[in-house]
Design a protein around this ligand. Structure first.
Ligand SMILES: [Zn+2]
Length: 263
């Protein structure tokens, strides 16, 4: 009873703290938090992204598809061992979920992938990223589909899931919305740091958590959705120059989890 009341009161406090001028909720007096996330289990994440993060003393989230990671399992194990979070992005990266039975989809694409990840990488946070941002699982309107998807993910043991849209989040908002966390892919439309810098400034102004999403990092010709290594470096440098707490999503979620609910 006491625990429940405390959780309720802390929840209220956290809600109030989401407004402007709230005291800083992040470690070491940081003005905002950033998580750097990389989708699809690509080789440039092993060869470029992980070393770039480690050079700055940071760790990130790598959302793997089983299909893409299979060729370099040994390298991914090293990434896991060095403290990055390796998370679930399904086996086949389906972008249209309408043809699938919801229960079978969750089992065949997500639970099966997680079984392999657990065997290869040991204990990792149960965090999911929706391939293509698609949440159209089963029948009904968009809200019903998302509710079904997040409920099934929760039942499968996931504690959070990331979309690719939406503004930086206050701690209380992020916790409430943890099965459909806001994020942005700031270089997806255009290979430039500008959109990322605007998003980061917004996070600092609001004292919020920014989750950035990247796909292929490349030194050469850019295909749609790719990010040049120069742009990626410029974004990391900009983060380093600002008062951010940089941490992978599992660590940030533990931090925003209401204190009464922490284990
Ligand atoms: Zn993806």
């Amino acid at each position: 009873m006491l625990l429940g009341r405390r959780a309720f009161i802390e929840g209220l406090g956290a809600t109030a703290a989401s407004g402007a001028g709230a005291s800083r909720p992040w470690p070491n007096g940081a003005h905002g938090a950033v998580s750097l996330t990389y989708d699809d289990g690509l080789t440039s994440h092993l060869d470029v992204a992980a070393p770039a993060l480690e050079a700055r003393g940071w760790r990130g989230n790598f959302f793997l598809t089983l299909e893409n990671m299979a060729d370099r399992v040994g390298d991914w194990k090293k990434v896991a061992a060095s403290g990055h979070e390796l998370c679930n992005h399904t086996i086949h990266h389906r972008c249209d979920l309408r043809p699938f039975n919801p229960d079978r989809y969750i089992h065949n694409e997500i639970v099966e992938a997680q079984t392999v990840f657990d065997a290869q990488f040991g204990k990792q946070p149960r965090i999911f990223a929706y391939p293509c941002g698609a949440t159209n699982l089963g029948l009904g309107n968009a809200n019903q589909e998302l509710h079904r998807y997040t409920t099934l993910l929760s039942h499968a043991g996931f504690m959070a899931a990331r979309t690719s849209d939406g503004d930086p989040m206050s701690p209380a908002y992020a916790w409430r919305k943890r099965m459909a966390l806001n994020a942005t892919a700031p270089t997806y439309e255009k290979d430039s740091p500008v959109e990322a810098l605007d998003y980061l400034e917004l996070a600092l102004r609001r004292g919020a958590w920014a989750i950035l999403v990247f796909h292929t990092l490349t030194p050469g010709k850019l295909d749609p959705g790719d990010t040049s290594i120069d742009t990626h470096e410029a974004i990391l440098d900009a983060i380093a120059q600002r008062p951010f707490w940089v941490a992978p999503m599992g660590e940030v979620l533990e931090h925003v989890r209401p204190r009464a609910l922490r284990i």
